[in-house]
Design a binder for this molecule. Structure first.
Ligand SMILES: Cc1ncc(COP(=O)(O)O)c(C=O)c1O
Length: 405
C-alpha cells in the first residue's frame, strides 16, 4: 500500500536549491556517453596531488580499530591548528578551536550558533553558493548586498551594507579570498566590516578557506587580526583547497566568543566527531603549511594569468584580474549563463571537446542578477586552460544567444 503521499517533506526540504555547480551534470554525462571529452572548469576540485605526508598518513594507519575521534578533535590536530594560527599571526587557546568535517560543517555550526530561525545574516553577492543551502538548512534568512563587477567585486560603501541591517540581523558572512569572484578584501575593507559589526553588535563569520591562495598581497590575512571585533569573529577554515585535499573532509572553526564556543562544542558532541584518520594525517601539513601552499599559489597564479589574458581578449567579455582563490567570474556577451553553459554541453564541440562552466546566477540570491556572468575554476594545467579558452572564444562566435556589438 502506498502511504508516502500522505506525508509531506519539510519546508526546508522543499526550499533547498540544487547546487548551481552540479545541476548540469546530467547534460555532461550525456555528452560523455556520446564520446565528447569535457574540460571541467565548473567545479572547485583541484587537479593537483595532495601533499605526500597526507596520503602517507592515511596509508600508514596502524590499527584494525577505527574509533570516533574526540568531538572537539584529536588533541594533536587541535594543537596543530593552534600552531597553524600562530604562523598566521593569531593566537587561539586550544579550547577556542573545533575540528570539523570540512569548512562546510564549520559554516553550519557558525550559523546555528549565531542565529535562530528567521534571523538574518548579511552576505555579499555573488558568493559561495552553498551559503544559500546552509541558510535553508538552518532557517536563517540571507540578506544579500550586491557587489559590482566594475570594481572587481570589492566591498561597496559602508552605507550599502548598513542600510540592510534590521533588528533581526545577527552576522555578516563572507569569504575572502572569494569564491566565485577571486577578490581578496584588503585590511581597509575588513576594517569597514569590523566597524559595522562593532556598531551594530553583529558577529562576523569569516570564511578563510583560500587564505594562502593569494597572488599579490600577504598570504596570512585573517579577520581574526582585526582587533576591535576579534572577540565576536568566527573563523571558518579548511584543508580542502590549500592542501588540494577536498576528500579529507577536515576543517576548523575558531572563535574567542564564549557563548558560541559553548554552543558549538555541544553541537559537536551531538555529531560525535570529524574523521579520525584524516584528522591525524593533516597534522604535518598544518605544522608547515607554506612548504606546500607557496608553490601551490604560484601554480594558480600562472593559471590565473592564462585565463585572464585569454578572457580579456574575447570581444564583449568583461573581466577583472582576480587576486586570489582559483576562480574567475566574467561577464560574457550572452543572453543567459544557464542556457549558454547547457548549450556548450549539448551543442558545441571543437575537435571533439567542449567546456563545462558554472552559470553565474546561482551565486546570487537576488533573482535576475548574474544572468550574463559565468564562473571558471582554473583547476586544469595551463595548456588545457588555453584549449578551454579557445573553445569559449569559438563557441561565443556562433552561440545563438550572443548579445552585443
Ligand atoms: C568559500 C568556500 N567555503 C567553504 C567551502 C567548503 O569547503 P570544505 O567543506 O571542503 O572544507 C568551499 C568549497 O568550495 C568554499 O569555496
Amino acid at each position: 500500500m502506498l502511504t508516502g503521499n500522505k506525508v509531506s517533506a519539510s519546508v526546508r526540504a522543499r526550499d533547498a536549491l540544487p547546487s548551481p555547480i552540479r545541476k548540469l551534470t546530467p547534460l555532461a554525462d550525456r555528452a560523455l556517453a556520446d564520446g565528447v571529452s569535457i574540460l571541467h572548469l565548473n567545479i572547485g576540485q583541484p587537479d593537483l596531488a595532495a601533499p605526500d605526508a597526507l596520503i602517507e598518513g592515511i596509508q600508514q594507519y596502524e590499527s584494525r580499530i577505527l574509533p570516533y575521534a574526540p568531538s572537539q578533535g584529536v588533541a594533536g590536530t587541535v594543537r596543530a591548528w593552534q600552531r597553524y594560527y600562530q604562523q598566521v599571526g593569531v593566537h587561539y587557546d586550544v579550547s577556542q578551536i573545533l575540528v570539523t568535517s570540512g569548512g562546510s560543517e564549520a559554516l553550519l555550526f557558525a550559523l546555528m550558533a549565531v542565529a535562530d530561525p528567521g534571523d538574518e545574516v548579511i552576505c555579499f553577492e555573488p558568493t559561495y553558493a552553498n551559503y544559500f543551502g546552509f541558510a535553508v538548512m538552518t532557517s536563517v534568512r540571507i540578506v544579500p548586498v550586491p557587489l559590482d563587477p566594475g570594481n572587481g567585486y570589492h566591498l561597496p560603501p559602508a552605507e550599502e551594507i548598513e542600510r540592510r541591517i534590521t533588528p533581526r540581523t545577527r552576522a555578516i558572512l563572507f569569504c575572502s579570498p572569494g569564491n566565485p569572484t577571486g577578490a581578496v578584501f584588503s585590511y581597509d575593507e575588513l576594517n569597514v566590516i569590523s566597524d559595522i559589526a562593532a556598531r551594530h553588535n553583529l558577529f562576523v563569520i569569516s570564511d578563510e578557506t583560500y587564505r594562502e591562495i593569494v597572488f599579490e598581497g600577504p598570504r596570512d590575512m585573517s579577520m581574526a587580526k582585526v582587533e576591535p571585533t576579534a572577540d565576536q569573529t568566527i573563523i571558518v577554515d579548511s584543508v580542502s583547497k590549500r592542501f588540494s585535499a577536498t576528500g579529507a573532509r577536515i576543517g576548523c572553526l575558531a572563535t574567542r566568543h564564549q557563548g558560541v564556543l559553548d554552543g558549538i562544542h555541544r553541537f559537536a558532541q551531538a555529531r560525535l566527531s570529524a574523521p579520525t584518520v584524516e584528522q591525524r594525517a593533516v597534522i604535518p601539513l598544518l605544522e608547515e603549511p607554506r612548504a606546500y601552499t607557496d608553490p601551490l599559489a604560484e601554480i594558480y597564479r600562472s593559471r590565473r594569468d592564462v585565463v585572464y589574458s585569454e578572457l580579456e581578449r574575447i570581444p564583449g567579455a568583461f573581466v577583472r584580474k582576480p587576486e586570489g582563490a582559483f576562480y574567475i567570474f566574467a561577464v560574457l556577451p550572452i543572453d543567459d549563463g544557464d542556457r549558454f553553459a547547457s548549450w556548450l554541453l549539448t551543442d558545441f564541440r571543437l575537435d571533439g571537446e567542449t567546456l563545462m562552466i558554472s552559470p553565474g546566477d546561482g551565486f546570487y540570491l537576488t533573482p535576475g542578477l548574474g544572468t550574463s556572468e559565468v564562473r571558471f575554476a582554473y583547476v586544469l594545467e595551463d595548456n588545457a586552460l588555453r584549449r578551454g579558452m579557445r573553445i569559449l572564444r569559438e563557441a561565443l562566435a556562433v552561440y545563438p544567444g550572443r548579445t552585443e556589438e
